[in-house]
Design a binder for this molecule. Structure first.
Ligand code: NAP
Length: 283
């Protein structure tokens, strides 16, 4: 598997598997299928409610721990963020049944961000999170966090797909040594992504599906991607993207699809900050 090297030397697979919106009762079977299909990067979150099922699938798979790259995410914490985040980290590790995480992400740029980050720095220094990073940080918040803390986030996981390409944001991240990771690489199928004419035409030229073209486009941009599917045949399809290459012209045609806006929610929108920023997990 092709990897990227994070700013602390940790190697991360460029393609992994996300489990957002997979109900806990389906997650063990789904992750078992994903591991059998060859995925080694698993992306979950405390907020997804399925960490325990991910842990069960890992344990029953027989895949050695050192071959896996497991990410989970810290949900928004009230002050004192440092204390609360440490507790949340222990809860996630316990639910996953793991002794360490490969990557621990702050899920949202809300709550006691600085306290949360200090706790994350601490578990990183203890070796229990090999890398720490953030998600959903726009460049201004990211640079502020970097400028005022010891550890620079290794990763920023943000909405990135053909309709919201984030090239300028990626440039800022590159400048600061932060790896971009895409969430919603297929835009969850919004905007008729899977039948988009530009993407379909490129797919035809390579004998590949639209999904494979999108993943290949992200990989060629050095964007780590974590497609989600509950179907084994799609997991295999989404993994089969290393035997072709998009030409410069094809990359340029995909670039024309960018709308520059989120298809989900803008974290800079006061209504989103107000609503999402208030959500708390019950355990
Ligand atoms: P996504 O990967 O963009 O899209 C998933 C959708 O595409 C599902 O409906 C899936 O349906 C379908 N699909 C998958 N492969 C396909 C294929 N080959 N052909 C046709 N349809 C296909 O959406 P996502 O799950 O939102 O994003 C991926 C991961 O990013 C998540 O699972 C999560 O780990 C992470 N994420 C993070 C955040 C954050 O705030 N940090 C937010 C959202 C997501 P089936 O399942 O029925 O195949």
């Amino acid at each position: 598997m092709q990897t990227v090297t994070l700013n602390n030397g940790v190697k991360m697979p460029i393609l992994g598997f996300g489990v957002f919106q997979i109900p806990p009762e389906d997650t063990e079977r789904t992750v078992t299928d994903a591991l059998a299909a060859g995925y080694r990067l698993l992306d979950t979150a405390a907020a997804y409610g399925n960490e325990e099922a991910v842990g069960r699938a890992i344990r029953s798979s027989g895949v050695p721990r050192e071959d896996l790259f497991v990410t989970t995410k810290l949900w928004i914490q009230d002050a004192p963020g440092e204390e609360n985040a440490k507790r949340a980290f222990e809860t996630s590790l316990r639910k996953l049944g793991l002794e360490y995480l490969d990557l621990y992400l702050m899920h949202q740029p809300f709550g006691d961000v600085y306290g949360q980050w200090r706790a994350m720095e601490q578990v990183h220094h203890e070796g229990r999170a090999k890398a720490i990073g953030v998600a959903n940080f726009y460049p201004d918040r990211l640079v502020d966090l970097i400028s005022n803390n010891d550890v620079t986030p290794a990763v920023n996981q943000i909405e990135t797909h053909p309709f919201f390409q984030r090239t300028a944001d990626q440039d800022v991240m590159r400048e600061h040594g932060v790896q971009i990771q895409s969430w919603g690489g297929f835009a969850e199928g919004k905007n008729n992504l899977f039948t988009n004419p530009v993407l379909s035409e490129i797919g035809k030229a390579h004998g590949k599906s639209v999904a494979q073209v999108v993943l290949r486009w992200l990989i060629q941009r050095e964007v780590v991607t974590i497609p989600k599917s509950v179907r084994a045949e799609r997991m295999a399809e989404n993994f089969d993207v290393f035997d072709f290459e998009l030409t410069d012209d094809q990359m340029a045609s995909i670039a024309t699809l960018d709308t520059g806006s989120s298809l989900f929610f803008d974290h800079r929108d006061p209504a989103v900050a107000g609503q999402l920023g208030k959500r708390r997990l019950t355990d």
